[in-house]
Design a protein around this ligand. Sequence first.
Ligand code: AMP
Length: 277
Amino acid sequence: MKEHFLSIRASRLEKERCLPYLACMSAKQGVASKNDRMAWLKGSDAVCSDPPFSPAGRIWRLVLLGAPGVGKGTQAELLSDRLGACQLSTGDIFRAAKCLGEGERSPALEAAMHYMVRGDLVPDEIVLGIVQERMRCLRCCGGFLLDGFPRTVAQAKALENLLKKENVPLTAVLNYELPIDQIVARLSGRRTCSRCKAVFHVTNMPPRVKGVCDHCGGELIQREDDRPESVRVRMEAYEKSTRPLIDFYQKRGLLVSIKAEGSPEEIYQRTRSLALA
Ligand code: AMP
């Protein structure tokens, strides 16, 4: 089990090393990686260092759904490594923006960050504007794995229209499910390195020395939006705004529900047999 976490941590570290433009990631500058997702993270005319090539097999265009803490980000990383499609997380765009200096953020990103820190959903028009600026990532020949978007029915309808216009239909919507007590335990125990952003868990994946990052010696902190008050707000936002998407995609025949219990590899194998056959 620990080995699964370690390999995912390594993969996450590799991806986070791909953010040389972020001042707070400076410890990782200069390390090569296969895909830095720069076009998604930075938008505008930013170019990925190693864009996906057109795969010989199937092109996967997936949406990942699930409450915060259910582990969909981890699954998105595994799926991305194995299917070749990029993990497109709107949360990552906002976290990356947080690391930019004053004046480097667009007004939309500046506004988004205020909502994010509180755990509130960013308003639809801001999120949709940011996604529309990155349409080329949805057209990408490598496919995509949407993680954290759409999060409301309005966003799902807008995405449906955008994809229809581009003639790039979704392959499936993966809905990860986990009992609420397990979700709260995962989120409240998560610790992130303040320097290199590596992720640990106080019981499932503890660092060698309490409070200290195994990789860079940085201080481990609790993410602002993993604090109990923000977790409560995030769960409420999920129940009210995101859960209705299950019905939305079920009606379109795209929904595949997957139990998110067990190790990341076990959940991946479950995903594979249910949705990727
Ligand atoms: P995540 O990493 O997906 O949990 O996102 C972190 C935070 O970013 C969320 O708690 C929201 O504040 C914000 N966020 C990310 N994606 C969206 C979205 N599609 N709609 C609204 N807010 C979002």
